[in-house]
Design a protein around this ligand. Structure first.
Ligand SMILES: *Cc1c(COP(=O)(O)O)cnc(C)c1O
Length: 452
Protein backbone atom coordinates (compact mmCIF):
# COMPACT_ATOMS: atom_id res chain seq x y z
CA UNK A 1 0.00 0.00 0.00
CA UNK A 2 1.93 2.99 -1.25
CA UNK A 3 1.11 6.43 0.14
CA UNK A 4 3.74 8.83 -1.23
CA UNK A 5 4.77 9.08 -4.86
CA UNK A 6 8.06 10.93 -5.24
CA UNK A 7 10.19 12.05 -8.15
CA UNK A 8 13.94 12.78 -8.09
CA UNK A 9 15.15 16.33 -8.62
CA UNK A 10 16.35 15.33 -12.07
CA UNK A 11 12.80 14.29 -12.95
CA UNK A 12 11.35 17.76 -12.31
CA UNK A 13 9.80 19.06 -15.56
CA UNK A 14 12.25 21.05 -17.68
CA UNK A 15 9.52 22.85 -19.62
CA UNK A 16 6.22 24.53 -18.86
CA UNK A 17 3.17 23.35 -20.81
CA UNK A 18 1.39 26.10 -22.74
CA UNK A 19 -2.27 25.19 -23.26
CA UNK A 20 -2.67 27.95 -25.86
CA UNK A 21 -1.01 25.55 -28.32
CA UNK A 22 -3.92 23.12 -27.96
CA UNK A 23 -6.92 25.46 -28.03
CA UNK A 24 -9.16 24.89 -31.08
CA UNK A 25 -9.18 28.66 -31.79
CA UNK A 26 -6.92 31.46 -30.49
CA UNK A 27 -7.67 33.46 -27.34
CA UNK A 28 -9.56 36.75 -27.73
CA UNK A 29 -7.27 39.78 -27.76
CA UNK A 30 -6.58 41.72 -24.56
CA UNK A 31 -7.69 45.35 -24.92
CA UNK A 32 -6.16 48.63 -23.80
CA UNK A 33 -8.16 50.19 -20.92
CA UNK A 34 -8.11 53.68 -22.48
CA UNK A 35 -8.51 52.99 -26.21
CA UNK A 36 -10.35 49.66 -26.28
CA UNK A 37 -7.85 48.54 -28.99
CA UNK A 38 -5.74 45.37 -28.61
CA UNK A 39 -2.79 46.02 -26.27
CA UNK A 40 0.69 45.97 -27.76
CA UNK A 41 3.80 44.50 -26.12
CA UNK A 42 5.01 48.11 -25.73
CA UNK A 43 1.90 49.02 -23.70
CA UNK A 44 2.52 46.11 -21.33
CA UNK A 45 6.24 46.83 -21.09
CA UNK A 46 5.44 49.77 -18.78
CA UNK A 47 4.83 47.22 -15.99
CA UNK A 48 6.03 43.77 -17.20
CA UNK A 49 9.36 42.41 -18.51
CA UNK A 50 9.48 41.46 -22.20
CA UNK A 51 9.93 37.70 -21.65
CA UNK A 52 6.70 37.48 -19.60
CA UNK A 53 4.86 39.46 -22.29
CA UNK A 54 6.17 36.99 -24.86
CA UNK A 55 4.97 34.06 -22.75
CA UNK A 56 1.58 35.73 -22.30
CA UNK A 57 0.75 35.44 -26.01
CA UNK A 58 2.95 32.49 -27.00
CA UNK A 59 1.35 29.53 -28.76
CA UNK A 60 4.42 27.28 -28.49
CA UNK A 61 3.40 24.08 -26.72
CA UNK A 62 6.42 23.98 -24.40
CA UNK A 63 8.57 26.77 -22.96
CA UNK A 64 11.93 25.97 -21.34
CA UNK A 65 12.34 26.69 -17.63
CA UNK A 66 15.60 28.66 -17.13
CA UNK A 67 18.30 26.68 -15.31
CA UNK A 68 18.59 29.27 -12.52
CA UNK A 69 14.83 29.04 -11.89
CA UNK A 70 14.95 25.22 -11.86
CA UNK A 71 17.74 25.30 -9.29
CA UNK A 72 15.64 27.40 -6.94
CA UNK A 73 12.49 25.34 -7.50
CA UNK A 74 14.39 22.24 -6.35
CA UNK A 75 14.47 23.78 -2.85
CA UNK A 76 11.07 22.10 -2.50
CA UNK A 77 10.25 20.45 -5.83
CA UNK A 78 9.31 17.97 -7.13
CA UNK A 79 6.42 18.21 -4.67
CA UNK A 80 4.98 14.95 -3.33
CA UNK A 81 1.83 13.25 -4.57
CA UNK A 82 -0.12 11.39 -1.88
CA UNK A 83 -2.77 8.71 -1.96
CA UNK A 84 -5.38 9.58 0.68
CA UNK A 85 -5.95 6.03 1.94
CA UNK A 86 -7.34 7.12 5.31
CA UNK A 87 -9.82 9.56 3.81
CA UNK A 88 -10.93 6.86 1.34
CA UNK A 89 -11.47 4.39 4.19
CA UNK A 90 -13.38 6.93 6.24
CA UNK A 91 -15.66 7.69 3.30
CA UNK A 92 -15.98 3.93 2.47
CA UNK A 93 -15.47 4.88 -1.16
CA UNK A 94 -14.18 2.62 -3.93
CA UNK A 95 -12.64 5.76 -5.50
CA UNK A 96 -8.88 6.25 -5.35
CA UNK A 97 -8.08 9.72 -4.06
CA UNK A 98 -4.71 11.30 -4.88
CA UNK A 99 -3.57 14.78 -4.04
CA UNK A 100 -0.67 16.93 -5.08
CA UNK A 101 0.78 18.65 -2.02
CA UNK A 102 1.95 22.20 -2.76
CA UNK A 103 2.17 23.20 0.91
CA UNK A 104 5.83 22.09 1.02
CA UNK A 105 7.08 25.34 -0.54
CA UNK A 106 8.73 27.91 1.77
CA UNK A 107 5.67 30.17 1.52
CA UNK A 108 3.31 27.25 2.07
CA UNK A 109 1.47 27.24 -1.26
CA UNK A 110 1.84 26.82 -5.02
CA UNK A 111 2.48 30.54 -5.53
CA UNK A 112 6.32 30.47 -5.43
CA UNK A 113 6.16 28.34 -8.62
CA UNK A 114 5.49 31.59 -10.50
CA UNK A 115 6.99 34.12 -8.07
CA UNK A 116 10.48 32.72 -8.74
CA UNK A 117 10.39 32.97 -12.55
CA UNK A 118 8.66 36.37 -12.39
CA UNK A 119 11.34 37.82 -10.12
CA UNK A 120 14.01 36.21 -12.31
CA UNK A 121 12.78 37.72 -15.59
CA UNK A 122 12.33 41.15 -13.99
CA UNK A 123 15.81 41.07 -12.50
CA UNK A 124 17.21 40.09 -15.90
CA UNK A 125 15.78 43.34 -17.28
CA UNK A 126 17.36 45.37 -14.48
CA UNK A 127 14.17 45.99 -12.49
CA UNK A 128 14.97 46.72 -8.81
CA UNK A 129 11.56 46.61 -7.12
CA UNK A 130 8.28 44.72 -7.62
CA UNK A 131 4.89 46.01 -6.51
CA UNK A 132 2.01 43.64 -6.03
CA UNK A 133 -1.26 42.96 -4.25
CA UNK A 134 -2.11 40.08 -1.98
CA UNK A 135 -5.41 38.66 -0.72
CA UNK A 136 -4.83 36.09 1.99
CA UNK A 137 -1.11 36.96 2.07
CA UNK A 138 0.05 33.84 0.24
CA UNK A 139 1.11 35.69 -2.90
CA UNK A 140 2.74 38.53 -0.97
CA UNK A 141 4.82 36.04 1.03
CA UNK A 142 5.74 34.16 -2.13
CA UNK A 143 6.89 37.25 -4.01
CA UNK A 144 8.70 38.53 -0.90
CA UNK A 145 10.56 35.19 -0.77
CA UNK A 146 11.36 35.30 -4.50
CA UNK A 147 12.56 38.93 -4.54
CA UNK A 148 14.80 38.26 -1.53
CA UNK A 149 16.63 35.57 -3.54
CA UNK A 150 17.27 38.06 -6.37
CA UNK A 151 18.20 41.03 -4.14
CA UNK A 152 15.17 43.04 -5.18
CA UNK A 153 12.84 45.24 -3.12
CA UNK A 154 9.15 44.37 -2.85
CA UNK A 155 6.03 46.37 -1.90
CA UNK A 156 2.87 44.41 -1.13
CA UNK A 157 -0.62 45.93 -0.97
CA UNK A 158 -2.56 43.54 1.26
CA UNK A 159 -6.39 43.49 1.25
CA UNK A 160 -7.45 45.04 4.55
CA UNK A 161 -9.79 42.18 5.58
CA UNK A 162 -6.86 39.74 5.42
CA UNK A 163 -4.31 42.20 6.82
CA UNK A 164 -6.44 42.36 9.98
CA UNK A 165 -7.23 38.60 10.07
CA UNK A 166 -3.70 37.36 9.33
CA UNK A 167 -1.01 39.45 11.05
CA UNK A 168 1.59 36.67 10.77
CA UNK A 169 1.59 36.76 6.98
CA UNK A 170 2.72 40.37 7.28
CA UNK A 171 5.61 39.38 9.57
CA UNK A 172 6.56 36.67 7.11
CA UNK A 173 6.84 39.24 4.29
CA UNK A 174 8.87 41.46 6.58
CA UNK A 175 11.19 38.54 7.36
CA UNK A 176 11.86 38.19 3.63
CA UNK A 177 12.53 41.94 3.48
CA UNK A 178 9.31 43.17 1.85
CA UNK A 179 7.12 46.12 2.82
CA UNK A 180 3.48 45.15 3.47
CA UNK A 181 0.72 47.82 3.48
CA UNK A 182 -2.98 47.54 4.40
CA UNK A 183 -4.97 48.26 1.22
CA UNK A 184 -6.59 50.65 0.47
CA UNK A 185 -3.72 52.97 1.46
CA UNK A 186 -3.51 56.75 1.40
CA UNK A 187 -0.36 56.43 -0.78
CA UNK A 188 -2.05 56.00 -4.15
CA UNK A 189 -4.80 57.88 -6.00
CA UNK A 190 -6.83 54.67 -6.30
CA UNK A 191 -6.53 53.95 -2.58
CA UNK A 192 -7.45 57.48 -1.55
CA UNK A 193 -10.50 57.46 -3.87
CA UNK A 194 -11.86 54.28 -2.27
CA UNK A 195 -11.22 55.48 1.30
CA UNK A 196 -12.97 58.80 0.67
CA UNK A 197 -16.02 56.98 -0.57
CA UNK A 198 -15.97 54.20 2.08
CA UNK A 199 -13.51 54.56 4.99
CA UNK A 200 -14.72 51.27 6.55
CA UNK A 201 -14.13 49.18 3.40
CA UNK A 202 -12.78 45.64 3.93
CA UNK A 203 -10.78 46.12 0.74
CA UNK A 204 -10.69 43.80 -2.24
CA UNK A 205 -8.18 42.29 -4.62
CA UNK A 206 -9.52 44.62 -7.33
CA UNK A 207 -8.64 47.68 -5.21
CA UNK A 208 -5.22 46.35 -4.20
CA UNK A 209 -4.35 45.59 -7.84
CA UNK A 210 -5.18 49.21 -8.77
CA UNK A 211 -2.77 50.42 -6.09
CA UNK A 212 0.08 48.13 -7.11
CA UNK A 213 -0.29 48.90 -10.82
CA UNK A 214 -0.33 52.63 -10.07
CA UNK A 215 2.83 52.23 -7.98
CA UNK A 216 4.60 50.40 -10.84
CA UNK A 217 3.48 52.85 -13.54
CA UNK A 218 4.67 55.85 -11.51
CA UNK A 219 8.15 54.44 -10.66
CA UNK A 220 10.79 53.70 -13.31
CA UNK A 221 12.73 51.02 -11.44
CA UNK A 222 9.52 49.22 -10.44
CA UNK A 223 7.43 46.61 -12.24
CA UNK A 224 4.18 44.98 -11.30
CA UNK A 225 3.78 41.26 -10.60
CA UNK A 226 0.49 39.38 -10.59
CA UNK A 227 0.13 36.12 -8.66
CA UNK A 228 -2.69 34.65 -10.70
CA UNK A 229 -5.09 35.17 -13.63
CA UNK A 230 -2.61 35.94 -16.44
CA UNK A 231 -1.56 33.36 -19.03
CA UNK A 232 2.10 33.38 -18.04
CA UNK A 233 1.17 32.71 -14.39
CA UNK A 234 -0.99 29.73 -15.39
CA UNK A 235 1.90 28.56 -17.58
CA UNK A 236 4.39 28.56 -14.69
CA UNK A 237 2.02 26.52 -12.55
CA UNK A 238 1.76 23.67 -15.07
CA UNK A 239 4.78 22.13 -13.38
CA UNK A 240 2.22 20.86 -10.82
CA UNK A 241 0.11 18.84 -13.24
CA UNK A 242 3.11 17.57 -15.20
CA UNK A 243 4.66 16.22 -12.01
CA UNK A 244 1.32 14.74 -10.94
CA UNK A 245 0.96 12.92 -14.26
CA UNK A 246 4.42 11.37 -13.88
CA UNK A 247 3.71 10.44 -10.23
CA UNK A 248 0.35 8.85 -11.07
CA UNK A 249 2.13 6.84 -13.74
CA UNK A 250 4.23 5.35 -10.90
CA UNK A 251 0.90 4.04 -9.56
CA UNK A 252 -0.19 2.94 -13.06
CA UNK A 253 -2.98 5.48 -12.87
CA UNK A 254 -4.43 8.34 -14.91
CA UNK A 255 -7.09 10.58 -13.37
CA UNK A 256 -10.78 10.22 -14.23
CA UNK A 257 -11.50 13.40 -12.27
CA UNK A 258 -9.22 16.41 -11.72
CA UNK A 259 -10.23 18.99 -9.10
CA UNK A 260 -8.84 22.37 -8.06
CA UNK A 261 -10.10 25.49 -6.32
CA UNK A 262 -10.31 28.76 -8.26
CA UNK A 263 -9.53 32.24 -7.02
CA UNK A 264 -7.83 33.78 -10.02
CA UNK A 265 -7.34 30.30 -11.44
CA UNK A 266 -3.59 29.64 -11.27
CA UNK A 267 -3.35 26.55 -9.04
CA UNK A 268 -6.33 25.11 -10.89
CA UNK A 269 -4.58 25.79 -14.20
CA UNK A 270 -1.46 24.18 -12.78
CA UNK A 271 -3.09 20.88 -11.92
CA UNK A 272 -5.67 20.89 -14.74
CA UNK A 273 -4.05 22.17 -17.95
CA UNK A 274 -1.72 19.19 -18.47
CA UNK A 275 -4.88 17.03 -18.40
CA UNK A 276 -7.14 19.51 -20.24
CA UNK A 277 -4.78 19.50 -23.26
CA UNK A 278 -5.13 15.74 -23.82
CA UNK A 279 -8.87 16.07 -23.18
CA UNK A 280 -9.25 18.66 -25.96
CA UNK A 281 -6.99 16.91 -28.45
CA UNK A 282 -8.80 13.59 -28.02
CA UNK A 283 -6.05 11.61 -26.30
CA UNK A 284 -8.01 11.46 -23.02
CA UNK A 285 -11.44 12.86 -23.94
CA UNK A 286 -13.23 11.44 -20.88
CA UNK A 287 -11.34 13.26 -18.12
CA UNK A 288 -13.71 15.22 -15.92
CA UNK A 289 -12.20 18.52 -14.77
CA UNK A 290 -13.87 20.42 -11.94
CA UNK A 291 -13.21 24.02 -10.83
CA UNK A 292 -14.41 24.86 -7.31
CA UNK A 293 -15.23 28.34 -6.04
CA UNK A 294 -16.98 29.93 -3.03
CA UNK A 295 -20.73 30.55 -3.32
CA UNK A 296 -20.13 34.06 -1.93
CA UNK A 297 -17.92 34.95 -4.92
CA UNK A 298 -19.33 32.74 -7.70
CA UNK A 299 -17.37 34.02 -10.69
CA UNK A 300 -17.48 30.91 -12.90
CA UNK A 301 -20.93 29.66 -11.86
CA UNK A 302 -22.88 32.95 -11.74
CA UNK A 303 -20.70 35.47 -13.61
CA UNK A 304 -20.85 36.64 -17.19
CA UNK A 305 -18.32 35.63 -19.90
CA UNK A 306 -17.48 39.18 -20.98
CA UNK A 307 -14.77 41.77 -21.41
CA UNK A 308 -13.92 43.44 -18.08
CA UNK A 309 -11.13 45.15 -16.18
CA UNK A 310 -8.94 43.18 -13.79
CA UNK A 311 -9.13 45.88 -11.10
CA UNK A 312 -11.62 48.25 -9.57
CA UNK A 313 -10.17 51.50 -10.94
CA UNK A 314 -10.04 50.34 -14.56
CA UNK A 315 -6.23 50.63 -14.89
CA UNK A 316 -5.54 47.08 -16.08
CA UNK A 317 -6.05 45.81 -19.61
CA UNK A 318 -9.56 44.59 -20.45
CA UNK A 319 -9.77 40.82 -20.79
CA UNK A 320 -12.51 38.42 -21.82
CA UNK A 321 -13.20 36.23 -18.80
CA UNK A 322 -15.92 35.21 -16.40
CA UNK A 323 -16.57 38.23 -14.19
CA UNK A 324 -18.90 39.46 -11.48
CA UNK A 325 -18.12 43.07 -12.45
CA UNK A 326 -14.79 44.77 -11.65
CA UNK A 327 -16.23 46.83 -8.78
CA UNK A 328 -18.03 43.93 -7.08
CA UNK A 329 -16.64 43.63 -3.53
CA UNK A 330 -17.22 40.05 -2.34
CA UNK A 331 -18.36 39.31 1.23
CA UNK A 332 -15.39 38.95 3.63
CA UNK A 333 -15.24 35.13 3.56
CA UNK A 334 -12.23 33.43 5.13
CA UNK A 335 -10.84 31.99 1.92
CA UNK A 336 -9.35 35.41 1.11
CA UNK A 337 -7.46 34.03 -1.89
CA UNK A 338 -10.76 33.20 -3.58
CA UNK A 339 -12.27 36.69 -3.29
CA UNK A 340 -11.70 37.89 -6.84
CA UNK A 341 -14.35 39.29 -9.19
CA UNK A 342 -12.78 37.77 -12.31
CA UNK A 343 -10.94 34.61 -13.31
CA UNK A 344 -8.08 33.62 -15.57
CA UNK A 345 -9.07 34.14 -19.23
CA UNK A 346 -7.65 30.69 -20.05
CA UNK A 347 -9.62 28.96 -17.29
CA UNK A 348 -12.72 30.99 -18.28
CA UNK A 349 -12.32 29.89 -21.87
CA UNK A 350 -12.16 26.22 -20.87
CA UNK A 351 -15.32 26.64 -18.78
CA UNK A 352 -17.06 28.44 -21.66
CA UNK A 353 -15.99 25.63 -24.07
CA UNK A 354 -17.28 22.93 -21.70
CA UNK A 355 -13.83 21.40 -21.09
CA UNK A 356 -14.07 22.35 -17.41
CA UNK A 357 -17.15 22.22 -15.18
CA UNK A 358 -17.50 24.78 -12.37
CA UNK A 359 -19.18 24.27 -9.00
CA UNK A 360 -19.47 26.28 -5.77
CA UNK A 361 -19.76 25.70 -2.01
CA UNK A 362 -20.55 27.68 1.13
CA UNK A 363 -17.81 28.18 3.69
CA UNK A 364 -19.23 26.05 6.55
CA UNK A 365 -19.45 22.88 4.43
CA UNK A 366 -15.96 23.68 3.11
CA UNK A 367 -14.48 23.93 6.63
CA UNK A 368 -16.27 20.73 7.67
CA UNK A 369 -14.43 18.95 4.82
CA UNK A 370 -11.14 20.59 5.87
CA UNK A 371 -11.57 19.31 9.44
CA UNK A 372 -12.37 15.80 8.16
CA UNK A 373 -9.21 15.96 6.02
CA UNK A 374 -7.10 17.05 9.02
CA UNK A 375 -8.48 14.19 11.13
CA UNK A 376 -7.85 11.54 8.46
CA UNK A 377 -4.80 12.73 6.49
CA UNK A 378 -3.22 15.02 9.09
CA UNK A 379 -2.72 18.09 6.93
CA UNK A 380 -4.51 21.28 7.95
CA UNK A 381 -5.27 22.83 4.60
CA UNK A 382 -5.69 26.47 3.65
CA UNK A 383 -9.35 27.58 3.45
CA UNK A 384 -8.88 27.98 -0.31
CA UNK A 385 -7.61 24.42 -0.76
CA UNK A 386 -10.47 23.21 1.45
CA UNK A 387 -12.84 23.99 -1.44
CA UNK A 388 -11.06 21.34 -3.52
CA UNK A 389 -11.19 18.94 -0.56
CA UNK A 390 -14.96 19.43 -0.28
CA UNK A 391 -15.53 18.74 -3.99
CA UNK A 392 -13.29 15.66 -3.74
CA UNK A 393 -15.24 14.32 -0.76
CA UNK A 394 -18.52 14.81 -2.65
CA UNK A 395 -17.16 13.05 -5.72
CA UNK A 396 -15.87 10.16 -3.60
CA UNK A 397 -19.24 9.81 -1.87
CA UNK A 398 -20.93 9.75 -5.27
CA UNK A 399 -18.57 6.90 -6.23
CA UNK A 400 -19.63 5.03 -3.08
CA UNK A 401 -23.23 5.29 -4.24
CA UNK A 402 -22.51 4.19 -7.83
CA UNK A 403 -19.71 1.73 -7.02
CA UNK A 404 -17.35 3.43 -9.49
CA UNK A 405 -13.62 3.05 -8.78
CA UNK A 406 -12.69 6.44 -10.19
CA UNK A 407 -9.23 7.90 -9.84
CA UNK A 408 -9.68 11.38 -8.35
CA UNK A 409 -6.80 13.84 -8.34
CA UNK A 410 -7.01 17.13 -6.51
CA UNK A 411 -4.57 19.93 -5.96
CA UNK A 412 -3.87 20.58 -2.30
CA UNK A 413 -2.71 24.12 -2.98
CA UNK A 414 -1.41 25.10 0.44
CA UNK A 415 -1.35 24.70 4.22
CA UNK A 416 -3.57 26.53 6.67
CA UNK A 417 -0.95 27.17 9.36
CA UNK A 418 -1.60 30.91 9.18
CA UNK A 419 -5.36 30.47 8.98
CA UNK A 420 -6.26 29.39 12.48
CA UNK A 421 -8.45 32.46 13.03
CA UNK A 422 -10.65 31.07 10.25
CA UNK A 423 -10.76 27.61 11.83
CA UNK A 424 -11.48 29.30 15.17
CA UNK A 425 -14.41 31.18 13.65
CA UNK A 426 -15.69 27.92 12.16
CA UNK A 427 -15.50 26.04 15.48
CA UNK A 428 -17.24 28.94 17.24
CA UNK A 429 -20.10 28.79 14.73
CA UNK A 430 -19.32 32.30 13.56
CA UNK A 431 -18.82 31.64 9.85
CA UNK A 432 -21.63 33.13 7.78
CA UNK A 433 -22.82 31.28 4.67
CA UNK A 434 -23.47 34.40 2.64
CA UNK A 435 -26.36 33.94 0.32
CA UNK A 436 -25.33 34.53 -3.26
CA UNK A 437 -25.27 38.35 -3.44
CA UNK A 438 -27.42 38.47 -6.58
CA UNK A 439 -28.44 42.12 -6.39
CA UNK A 440 -24.86 43.38 -5.84
CA UNK A 441 -23.59 41.29 -8.72
CA UNK A 442 -26.41 42.41 -11.01
CA UNK A 443 -25.56 46.05 -10.30
CA UNK A 444 -21.81 45.49 -10.83
CA UNK A 445 -22.46 43.67 -14.11
CA UNK A 446 -24.35 46.76 -15.25
CA UNK A 447 -21.08 48.68 -15.08
CA UNK A 448 -18.96 46.50 -17.40
CA UNK A 449 -16.82 48.45 -19.88
CA UNK A 450 -18.39 48.91 -23.31
CA UNK A 451 -16.16 47.21 -25.86
CA UNK A 452 -16.08 47.12 -29.68
C1 LIG B 1 -3.86 32.13 -3.64
C2 LIG B 1 -4.32 30.77 -3.32
C3 LIG B 1 -5.36 30.17 -4.03
C4 LIG B 1 -6.16 30.89 -5.06
O1 LIG B 1 -5.45 31.43 -6.14
P1 LIG B 1 -5.44 30.73 -7.56
O2 LIG B 1 -4.72 31.67 -8.44
O3 LIG B 1 -6.86 30.54 -7.98
O4 LIG B 1 -4.74 29.46 -7.40
C5 LIG B 1 -5.69 28.87 -3.72
N1 LIG B 1 -5.06 28.19 -2.75
C6 LIG B 1 -4.05 28.75 -2.02
C7 LIG B 1 -3.39 27.96 -0.96
C8 LIG B 1 -3.65 30.05 -2.30
O5 LIG B 1 -2.66 30.59 -1.59
Amino acid sequence: MQTKFLLDEGEMPKRWYNIQADLPTPMDPVLHPATGKPVTPDDLHAIFPMELIRQEVSTERYIDIPEEVREILTLWRPAPLYRAHRLERHLKTPAKIYYKWEGVSPAGSHKPNTAIPQAYYNRQEGIERLATETGAGQWGSSLAFATSLFDMACTVYMVRASYDQKPYRKIMMQTYGAECLSSPTMQTNSGRAVLEHDPETSGSLGIAISEAVEDAVTHDNTNYALGSVLNHVCLHQTIIGQEAEAQLALADAYPDVVIGCVGGGSNFAGIAFPFAGPKMTGKHPETEIIAVEPSACPTLTKGLYAYDFGDVAGLTPIMRMFTLGHDFVPPAIHAGGLRYHGASPLVSRLVQDGVVRATSYHQNEVFAAAVLFARTEGIIVAPEAAHAVKATVDEAVRCRETGEEKVILFNNSGHGNFDFSSYEAYFAGKLVDYEYPAELIKEALGRLPVVG
